[in-house]
Design a protein around this ligand. Structure first.
Ligand code: BES
Ligand code: ZN
Ligand code: ZN
Length: 477
């Protein structure tokens, strides 16, 4: 994250201020203003202006009012968007440090801060002149009265983790091979305090993880299987919660090559599910949630090559099932299947996977939401939905109807990796379900993990979608 947040007892009279003000109780705000400034503020309120800029002799004051809606999910999102929008003003005046004051009763101030922190993210690693590409704002100062310390700490954990997920997605495969992703995950594990174990190619072969090996066959770099673990001594769950993330560091489609025109442009983001899961582990460990959470990330690139797996091949998976390959571009389900089978050895309470799995999901929901489906209890599905609305990563549930499974039957093997021409997201879900025997949820984030234009505080390229949703779900677990 490129914004430092510091907590102080009091601020200096020369600090730039952003005041989250309350139209009904203006006295604390008035105290900081001259008579003419108060009059100006009153005029702005009458005109329903929500962001008021005041230049004082040695500092800038921005007074911000937040809009209130009947639906709290929308009020919170509007607060985040307002936090992102104020960045334009901050950048315009080259402010490097602002102090955020809370003159409001509600906790929407944390959402506002979240919008500022996430919107100020930039991925500048590959620019020669990084400083020029970075935003001016470097630091946000909060006074102790801003919000409860625990809530601030949790917000910082999850925003930092979202930015880590974005970094991972934004890294091109020229840097982020499967092996390099494991190195990065180990670094994040050390910093945040979770354990990381990495299976290299020999171990993956010894275990006969056939799905991962098949997808890796066209590659010139080895696969990895990553196991991340956070076990709080105060864990309230006896059986672990397991997260699984699709870690395809680049998806060419393999021998079923994607059409070259544009369709590969965003395929460095095909490890978006892995990024979600790594980010979630960072947030959970940093916030020291009293839980036992494990994350599994099968990882490789998917390429054509002399030895690449081919349509018509029959692959024996890690669980012993056989799969007839009809399209090598349906590779995500192959690597996820092995991870979902591996999850069984933990006797998990709940398994949730995240994957940029199908173009069908992207078309069905668009970047406005995420699709999910699963065999977990109604209660779990509903709580995930609530968390999604809390953080405005809204999940849309799709069914796992029996008939979708029929489409995955092969003439010569237990399964095939391709369904019919419609409902591609659900047939993919049915394929994954075959490898589960526990309460399970599958999120297809193909439409949301990566965007080409900024959407409010969701900066362009990797969005880190899913990290905030999972953290909200787990902190309320
Ligand atoms: N990685 C893609 C899915 C994807 C598409 C992610 C667009 C992000 C944006 C996945 O591996 C894939 O190629 N899926 C195919 C499956 C098909 C061959 C059954 C798809 O959705 O077209
Ligand atoms: Zn693919
Ligand atoms: Zn893919």
């Amino acid at each position: 994250m490129n914004t430092k947040v510091s907590l102080t007892g009091s601020y200096n009279h020369t600090d730039n201020l952003i005041i989250l003000a309350d139209k009904k109780v203006l006295s604390p705000t008035y105290q900081l203003l001259s008579e003419t400034e108060r009059q100006f503020l009153d005029q702005c309120i009458q005109k329903k202006v929500n962001t008021v800029f005041l230049a004082q002799a040695n500092r800038t004051i921005i007074v911000q009012f937040l809009k209130q809606y009947a639906d709290d999910s929308i009020t919170r999102e509007e607060a985040r968007l307002a936090g992102n929008e104020v960045l334009t003003m901050i950048e315009h005046y080259h402010l490097e440090c602002v102090c955020l004051l809370n003159h409001r009763p509600s906790n929407h101030v944390l959402d506002y801060l979240e919008g500022m922190l996430l919107g100020n993210y930039r991925f500048v690693k590959y620019f020669t002149n990084k400083a020029d590409k970075q935003n001016h704002l470097k630091e946000i100062v909060l006074t102790k009265a801003f919000a409860a310390k625990k809530e601030i700490d949790r917000l910082l954990a999850v925003t930092e983790a979202t930015c880590i997920a974005r970094d991972l997605i934004n890294e091109p495969q020229s840097y982020l091979s499967a092996a390099q992703m494991s190195i990065d995950i180990q670094k994040y594990g050390k910093e945040a305090g979770f354990e990381v174990e990495v299976f290299e190619e020999d171990k993956i072969r010894a275990l006969k993880m056939g799905g991962i090996i098949a997808v890796n066959m066209g590659s010139v770099t080895p696969p990895r299987f990553n196991i991340l673990e956070w076990k709080s001594p105060k864990a309230t769950n006896k059986k672990p919660i397991i997260l699984v993330g699709k870690g395809i560091v680049y998806d060419t489609g393999g021998l079923s090559l994607k059409p070259t025109a544009n369709s590969m442009d965003r395929m460095k983001a095909d490890m978006g599910g892995a990024a979600t899961v790594v980010g979630t582990m960072v947030a959970v460990a940093k916030a020291k949630l009293p839980l036992h959470v494990i994350a599994l990330i099968p990882s490789t690139d998917n390429r054509p090559g002399v030895n690449a797996y081919a349509p018509g091949d029959v692959i024996t998976m890690y669980d012993g099932s056989t799969v007839e390959i009809l399209n090598t571009d349906a590779e995500g389900r192959m690597v996820l299947a092995d991870a979902l089978h591996y999850a069984k050895k933990y006797d998990p309470e709940l398994v949730i996977d995240f994957a940029t799995l199908t173009g069908s999901a992207a078309r069905a929901v668009g970047p406005e939401g995420v699709s999910y489906m699963g065999t977990a209890s109604r209660d779990v599905m509903d709580r995930l939905k609530t968390s999604g609305y809390n953080v405005y990563e809204r999940p849309v549930e799709f069914p796992l109807w029996r008939e979708y499974g029929d489409q995955m039957k092969s003439n010569i093997a237990d399964l095939k990796n391709l369904g019919g021409s419609s409902a591609g997201m659900a047939t993919a879900g049915k394929f994954l379900e075959h490898f589960t025997d526990y309460p399970w949820v599958h999120f297809d984030i193909a439409g949301t993990a990566y965007i080409t234009k900024a959407n409010g505080y969701r900066t362009k390229e990797g969005t880190g979608v899913g990290v905030r949703l999972m953290f909200d779900f787990l902190k309320n677990y």
